[in-house]
Design a binder for this molecule. Sequence first.
Ligand code: SAM
Length: 188
Amino acid sequence: MSNAGMQISAEQGAFMQVITRMLSAKRVFEIGVFTGYSSTAVALTMKELNPVGARLLACDISEEWTTKARSYWRDAQVDDIIELKLAPAAETLDARIAAGEAGQYDLGFIDADKTGYDSYYERGLRLLRKGGVMLFDNVLWSGRVADPADTSADTSALRAFAQKAKSDTRVHAAMTNIGDGLLICVKK
Ligand SMILES: C[S@@+](CC[C@H](N)C(=O)[O-])C[C@H]1O[C@@H](n2cnc3c(N)ncnc32)[C@H](O)[C@@H]1O
């Protein structure tokens, strides 16, 4: 995937803003910030709805990409509600669970390393409140998940993860073809 291809589309940003609005989301985590498009989109809606108390936890491992994100957050005047953690996301989520933040998040967006999706799902489920939502990007993987001959690590992880979420009694799950495929999970 090209660097530019890592960013979500404008249509997906608009869709995520609607989800943010439907949940009146005050606490959100994002895994995979890159240059900040998706976090800026969500944060703008969060701040409009909850000028006081909105908090977005942004997880990434790249100083280089997130330096650009910080500058866009400043331009959009949402930098005050975003906390960036530069560390492997599983470590950041574990620290938040240990800090007593389980059940406190309204929304999570997962758009990082595909082999990590299952670990983000399990940790995210603990952080979400009942009725909270997680959105997983790239679940169609340009159609490669439907190709049985593709057994690469990323494709296999995405395929297994979607199968798991579909039959997991802890969530209501639905897949959409927005962008490269967005899996929506609502915590029961
Ligand atoms: C597809 S990009 C995210 C795109 C972003 N959501 C947007 O709309 O522009 C994936 C990001 O995940 C980050 N990443 C990869 N592995 C990670 C990990 N283990 N923990 C946290 N972030 C990770 C990369 O540094 C990269 O910035």
